[in-house]
Design a protein around this ligand. Structure first.
Ligand SMILES: *Cc1c(COP(=O)(O)O)cnc(C)c1O
Length: 419
């Protein structure tokens, strides 16, 4: 009965998580992902219509009729499954088409598909960097970058964690690894950091990379499809297209939102990943249905900027109206809008009240964000109409009044609610 002991241990652990108020519950959506959804929450309760302000469905393409049509056509033409990894018999012309299109869209030589961006990051560093090399990584990078770095053979002393967005620290770390005689150096950063919606300072990172002879890798999962004037990503937004050596990204957010990801990079890097990258070698690629729909998404986004323009307009409107209403929000341009509340219980209570006002948002608190920085994270979408955004603003204002936080400073909110 080996499990007897473990069972007791796990039960106690789970109880501790629950008592700390950190237990994550799922809310069931009864239908397609969209701006307005029917949700059963709590489990077993009567379903309720709510407006969704917490999806990564930035361009409203998750249930877009054209995207769904392309996936049905994909099913008819290419079948359902591949029953093989790419290098045995799991590559269709469709996969090559998608790789060419995403590389062209992102402005890189080539691209290699993965079944997720998590896999793209997991299979990146180990395949390219080894004992003599160095990796410099932002402190707030996504878990999948952290895990990818953990899997590679770059030694601890040449894995440098840089204070978030701190260019002086970045330069100091570059100097250290260069003085230490590192062979290849790569700077790894999220394009957009998902908790604050802030954007990597690529316009400063790239010149530093050049000065210290380092490569630049970005994970643009929260940008591909909508950041920058034509939606190519943070490299377009920061004016450094062509200067980024490696871009990893997901198709599971703005790009239709199903699943899949890729590494788009310089030719030899992609070629080598096809030889050495373990998630690529040992795991199936995207299924044809998803690949076909993602091809259509790229076609739609290449033809018109209408959707990213609408997202930008919704974001601008929401950010301004919420600031005018007296909320403290982290400033910026990104459709991730953190409404700062500092206190974890306040964030949780307000998000619950908002749910019953028909607005689906989630409170984030420790350990997802640092202690004392609890917030509600709102995400805008091109799938939302102006009146839906206005409904959210009205609901926030009503609940903000109830908790008496409108126009209050950080210190005043902390004084009232504690940390
Ligand atoms: C969402 C996200 C991922 C994971 O993407 P999947 O394709 O769902 O695995 C990776 N990196 C970043 C920065 C993300 O935001």
């Amino acid at each position: 009965m080996a499990y007897g002991k473990m069972k007791e241990f796990l039960q106690n652990e789970l109880k501790t998580v629950k008592q700390a108020g950190l237990f994550k519950e799922e809310r069931y959506i009864l239908g397609p992902q969209a701006a307005d959804i029917n949700v059963e929450y709590p489990a077993g309760a009567k379903p309720q219509e709510v407006l969704n302000f917490c999806a990564n469905n930035y361009l409203g393409l998750s249930s877009h009729p054209e995207v769904m049509k392309a996936s049905r056509e994909g099913l008819d033409k290419w079948g359902f499954g591949m029953s093989s990894v790419r290098f045995i018999c799991g590559t269709q012309d469709l996969h090559k088409t998608l790789e060419k299109k995403i590389a062209q869209f992102l402005g890189t030589d080539d691209a290699i598909l993965y079944s997720s961006c998590m896999d793209a990051n997991a299979g990146l560093f180990e395949a390219l960097f080894t004992k003599e090399d160095a990796i410099i990584t932002d402190k707030l990078n996504h878990a999948s970058i952290i895990d990818g770095i953990r899997l590679c053979k770059v030694p601890k002393e040449r894995r440098k964690i840089v204070n978030h967005a701190d260019m002086a620290d970045l330069e100091a770390k570059l100097k250290e690894v260069r003085d230490g005689g590192a062979r290849f150096v790569v700077i790894a950063t999220d394009g957009v950091f998902s908790m604050d919606g802030d954007i990597a300072k690529l316009d400063q990172i790239c010149p530093l990379a050049e000065k210290y002879d380092a490569l630049v890798m970005i994970d643009d999962s929260h940008s591909t499809g909508f950041m920058g004037k034509t939606g190519r990503g943070t490299h377009e937004y920061r004016g450094v297209m062509g200067k980024i050596d490696i871009i990893t990204t997901t198709f599971g957010k703005a790009m239709g939102g199903a699943s899949g990801g890729c590494t788009a990079a310089r030719q030899e890097i992609v070629d080598m990943l096809r030889q050495r990258s373990r998630p690529y070698l040992f795991s199936n690629s995207l299924c044809p249905v998803v690949a076909a729909a993602t091809v259509r998404v790229i076609d739609i986004l290449s033809a018109t900027t209408e959707r990213r323009d609408k997202l930008e307009e919704n974001t601008r409107h929401f950010r301004k109206a919420m600031t005018d209403a007296g909320f403290g929000i982290v400033p910026g341009d990104h459709p991730i809008v953190p409404i700062m509340l500092y206190n974890a219980k306040l964030a949780q209570d307000m998000s619950r009240d908002l749910y019953f006002e028909g607005i689906y948002v989630i409170g984030f608190f420790y350990p997802v964000v640092p202690k004392g920085q609890a917030r509600i994270r709102v995400q805008l979408s091109a799938g939302q109409e102006r009146e839906q955004v206005d409904k959210a603003i009205a609901a926030f204002t009503k609940i903000g009044k109830k908790y008496d936080i409108l126009g209050k400073t950080k210190d005043e909110i902390i004084e009232k609610y504690g940390l």
